[in-house]
Design a protein around this ligand. Structure first.
Ligand code: GDP
Ligand code: MN
Length: 398
């Protein structure tokens, strides 16, 4: 689950992490009012979408930049007018962009230095890891040699020698050490307490007065731990999510929308990934990742199928089931049910193998559904790619 920057900052403040003073607005009046309350300071207006790269983004209107600094409340209002309700395209949104429904209006920081700082869960060590770089704000991939890494022992927590070491590696002065340590510790406590898989602050800034602040914040949460944090679950903004994924999550399906045109219905995450790989291998592009799991019911399969069919980009559907705990006849019945409620307007390629395969094939045959059967994974992928049409075109990403 993702949250907006303004929500991330609300959470950070609870952990004593210094950020800028500000509030969220959904109307021009609100934006202007917040600017007045902030007083006689420069004010920054920031588009709130679940994607980064806003600063360098461009609106479909041609207006440049989802992060704007202004001097007066009237100017803030005008900047908000360029942003609210408009579509912002950044390198993370894809060409379709995102509608901006809210802006964060805050006191502008006087930036002396921009640093990249993130706490994440490292697979290699199975422990928290701090990744930091002096090259904050911009793409940090461009200067990998300047990246500092500090592994945290999850039992001991972040130690003060580690914060000092990081501060030194980041070139912070000794006068800034106290502020920096407080910030690093606060970020680490946030990461642990909220069951995050990542807390990324880019940029973390040193201001002209030597303050150290989190100027931007991005959180990734472990969805499996969300039940422990109802206040975070309540921050979910459905408007920012792929409607296909929202629908799938209602039915307990593991679904991730992609930009291709071949829909896949598969059981098991490994088989799902193998199916996507082989589709690509034969020149196609998957429209989704969908794992119906080992214990999917007929209803879940039906709902899954409806989601696949309702996706306008989908030009063919590939069902690839290896029946183990999941029985082939359950899948077959789900397909038949879904085809009854939703018109099957695209070719359907089916490869079934394993438990109750004969019963499943029999059900499909008796249903009279027009489908293409495949003997194995490669055969299924080839047939799906052919059915979808040779030339892949991405007409409507996300
Ligand atoms: P992102 O582009 O979506 O990552 O949004 P950020 O919040 O990181 O802002 C992008 C850039 O805008 C930052 O790297 C800063 O250079 C600049 N910026 C953000 N907030 C402020 C601010 O309060 N004052 C000033 N002067 N610049 C800011
Ligand atoms: Mn940023």
């Amino acid at each position: 689950m993702n949250i907006h920057e303004y929500q991330a900052k609300e959470l950070l403040q609870k952990f004593d992490v210094a950020t800028t003073r500000g509030k969220v607005a959904s109307t021009l009046d609100e934006a202007e009012q917040i600017a007045r309350e902030l007083g006689d300071v420069d004010v920054v207006v920031k588009a709130q979408i679940h994607a980064g790269g806003r600063g360098k983004g461009t609106f479909k209107t041609g207006f440049k930049g989802g992060v704007q600094v202004r001097k007066t409340p009237e100017e803030v209002r005008n900047a908000a007018a360029e942003i609210l309700g408009q579509i912002l395209v950044t390198h993370q949104t894809g060409p379709a962009g995102r509608v901006v429904n809210k802006v964060f209006v805050a006191e502008s920081a006087e930036i002396a230095r921009e640093i990249y700082f993130a706490v994440l869960l490292d697979r290699a060590t199975a422990a928290p890891l701090i990744v930091a770089s002096t090259e904050g704000g911009v793409e940090i991939e461009t200067s990998p040699q300047k990246i500092a890494r500090e592994k945290i022992d999850p039992l001991a927590g972040l130690q003060s020698f580690q914060t000092r070491k990081l501060a030194k590696q980041l070139g912070l002065e000794s006068s800034q050490l106290k502020n920096a340590s407080k910030l690093f510790e606060g970020l680490y406590r946030t990461f642990i307490a909220l069951d995050c898989s990542m807390v990324e602050v880019n940029p973390l800034v040193v201001t002209a007065e030597g303050e150290v602040l989190a100027l931007d914040a991005k959180f990734n949460f472990d969805d499996n731990a969300l039940y422990r944090h109802p206040e975070i679950a309540a921050m979910r903004d459905i408007a920012e999510e792929d409607p296909r994924e929202v629908e799938a999550s209602k039915h307990g399906l593991s679904y991730i929308g992609l930009d291709g045109n071949i829909a896949c219905l598969v059981n098991g995450a490994g088989l799902a990934m193998a199916t996507m790989d082989i589709i690509k291998f034969y020149g196609g592009e998957p429209a989704n990742f969908l794992d119906v799991g080992g214990g999917a019911t007929e209803e879940q399969v039906t709902e899954a199928f409806k989601i696949l069919i309702s996706d306008k980009n989908v030009k063919a559907i590939l069902v690839n089931i290896f029946g183990g705990i999941m029985k082939c006849d359950v899948i077959a019945q789900g397909i038949i049910n879904a085809a009854k409620t939703v018109k099957l307007s695209v070719p359907l390629v089916v490869r079934l193998e394993g438990t109750n395969v004969e019963k499943g094939k029999q059900l499909l045959k008796e249903s009279g559904l027009a489908l293409i059967t495949a003997s194995d994974l490669a055969d299924a992928a080839k047939k799906a790619v052919k059915a979808a049409g040779s030339k892949f075109q991405n007409s409507n990403p996300k």
